[in-house]
Design a protein around this ligand. Structure first.
Ligand code: GLC
Ligand code: CA
Length: 557
């Protein structure tokens, strides 16, 4: 590491379009590694853990927001887009982290939050201070209220976090916030907003980042006149059905402009959309050739652990992205949903999509999660991992209400509110909390379960059947196997009910085969070839291998 960082080093250019089949690891900075013992993870902490990420075998990291923020929504409420919040470090720390990551062969994607700012952003503070008629009010959505004295919100939109999407200020006007009241929505019809974000993009690109994860990418443009949703009150973040505040055609113009900026920089800088659109075809619109590079595949994330449903979703995902020439992405966990160690065993309305965590048998949950991860990492395209899934961390379902920090937790009607259970700081080593997350005797902003001593990085390293070693093997095979490089070469092989078998081939190379048993009975799969990996122990004989339930195996045929 040098102190002179004038020319940001770039990682070696990979053959073509590094991102198309990249494995991208989401770091949730406050819960990854704490360098100074204040209980909150930080950028210098991440810097010290880069060798771990290199050895894990991921291609890139995505960092959730570390910008200046009052932390009303864990940093998704940004008060200054060009600086680092002191709890996470400084801009110099960010530069060191980017340079350090590049030295370790890792690319860096940062979060960008364009739908809303913090209510402590300068523009919003001026909008409030200057009162009705202030030009700064036009950069947000300020409106008079309805009712005789303007005492009713301007329309019927609910906030994603519960309650109305409008808050009234002292002078009587209301402002729009699709999320918490501390997160006022920008007015993207205003040229100053558009210009501001172009310069924010350049600020971080100049600093050397390899891309952006675009928060609420489907929300920036609202329907003209902000019409009531009326009978469609069921619309929400998941993008079920048409909504006047999500997935409007006008957002695409913004991304076309951003793409031009990204393309000005060397080394294929990318953007990935968090776009909860009603269907995969609408998601694909965000990744047309002149727009963003990737979009999260939440349809896949929300699919139940059922062979027919999974196969259908895999086919639909590949087909939708094929239409626009974009790679498919796959993800099972992130900082907003119940960890897939729990989620895939949960059944019932809303649970598969990951909203409400419930306790599950941890052994069964882990077995299924490992099978699912091995399936996901065998699929063509790009995969997103969430910190701690490589340790098989369960969702923490019993956090006491007084430690919870999800802003939606106390809003009973909120759709989210249970997101702390997947955000508990991860265990690195040792027998007592904070398990190497921070210095001995240090704190952790959410309490870690005692059982996590056995799940730490140190406890799993070198243990052949540990989840960490499963991920390491999977990522090494994925990187080294030519059949796993193309982004659209999946071919299904006939299989019994409840079982998925597919192959991936490239000319002149051994064929890769993935076999997944999603049924509740053991299934014989013969001996397709050389075993590359299995998510659980196999049974049967050397010539007729039996996959136990919830087990995935990779073969070289
Ligand atoms: C996205 C983020 C989530 C945040 C919300 C508001 O959905 O992933 O964590 O609360 O946007 O910014
Ligand atoms: Ca810290």
């Amino acid at each position: 590491m040098t102190d002179q960082l004038t020319a940001p080093p770039t990682v070696e250019a990979s053959p073509a379009s590094w991102w198309r089949n990249a494995v991208i690891y989401q770091i949730y900075p406050r819960s990854f590694a704490d360098s100074n013992g204040d209980g909150i993870g930080d950028l210098p902490g991440i810097l010290t853990r880069l060798p771990y990420l290199r050895d894990l075998g991921v291609d890139a990291v995505w960092l959730s927001p570390f910008y200046a923020s009052p932390q009303a929504d864990a940093g998704y409420d940004v008060s200054d887009y060009r600086t680092v919040d002191p709890i996470f470090g400084t801009v110099t720390d960010a530069e060191k982290l980017i340079a350090g990551a590049h030295e370790h062969g890792l690319r860096v994607i940062v979060d960008l939050v364009p739908n809303h700012s913090s209510d402590q952003h300068d523009w919003f503070k001026r909008a409030l201070a200057e009162g009705p008629g202030s030009p700064f009010r036009d950069r947000y959505h300020f409106r008079p209220g309805k009712g005789e004295n303007g005492e009713l919100p301007p329309n019927d939109w609910p906030s994603i976090f519960g309650g109305p999407a409008w808050t009234r200020v002292e002078d009587g006007e209301w402002y729009l916030h699709l999320f918490a009241a501390e997160q006022p929505d920008f007015n993207w019809e205003h040229p100053a907003v558009r210009d501001e974000f172009k310069t924010i993009l350049r600020f971080w690109l100049d600093l050397g980042v390899d891309g952006f994860r675009v928060d609420v990418a489907h929300g920036l443009v609202k329907e003209d006149g902000l019409p009531d949703v009326g009978e469609h009150a069921e619309w929400h973040l998941l993008g079920v059905g048409e909504s006047p505040c999500f997935d409007r055609d006008g957002v695409h113009e913004i991304y076309r402009e951003w793409r031009k900026i990204l393309d000005e920089y060397p080394g294929e800088r990318i953007a990935v959309a968090e776009a909860w659109a009603p269907n995969l075809a609408r998601v694909a619109d965000y990744v047309r050739a002149d727009e963003l590079h990737q979009a999260f595949n939440f349809s896949y994330l929300g699919t139940a652990w059922d062979a027919a449903a999974q196969r259908r979703m895999i086919d639909e995902s590949l087909a939708a992205m094929r239409q626009v020439g974009a790679p498919t992405t796959w993800t099972l966990s992130n900082h907003d949903v119940v960890r897939h160690t729990n989620r895939l065993l949960q059944t019932g309305e809303g649970e598969v999509a990951g909203r409400r965590p419930t306790a599950v048998d941890p052994v069964a949950g882990l077995r299924r999660a490992r099978a699912a991860s091995a399936l996901m990492l065998a699929l063509p395209g790009s995969a997103y991992l969430y910190q701690g899934e490589e340790l098989g961390l369960p969702e923490v379902v019993d956090l006491p209400p007084e430690v919870r920090q999800d802003p939606a937790f106390h809003r009973a009607t909120g759709q989210d509110g249970y997101r702390d259970g997947c955000r508990v700081p991860i265990p690195w080593s040792g027998d007592t909390a904070p398990y190497g997350f921070g210095p001995d005797g240090g704190d952790s902003w959410l309490p870690q379960p005692a059982s996590w001593a056995q799940l730490s990085v140190a406890a799993q390293t070198g243990v052949p059947d540990s989840t960490l070693e499963l991920y390491r093997t999977a990522l090494a095979v994925r990187r080294g196997n030519p059949a796993l490089a193309p982004t659209d070469n999946l071919r299904w092989v006939p299989a019994p009910d409840g079982v998925l078998v597919f192959e991936r081939a490239v000319e002149g190379q051994p064929v890769f085969r993935c076999t997944v048993n999603m049924s509740d009975r053991p299934v014989a799969v013969g001996r397709p070839g050389e075993l590359l990996l299995s998510s659980g122990s196999l049974e049967g004989t050397p010539v007729d291998v039996v996959l136990p339930p919830d087990t995935t195996a990779w073969w070289s045929v």
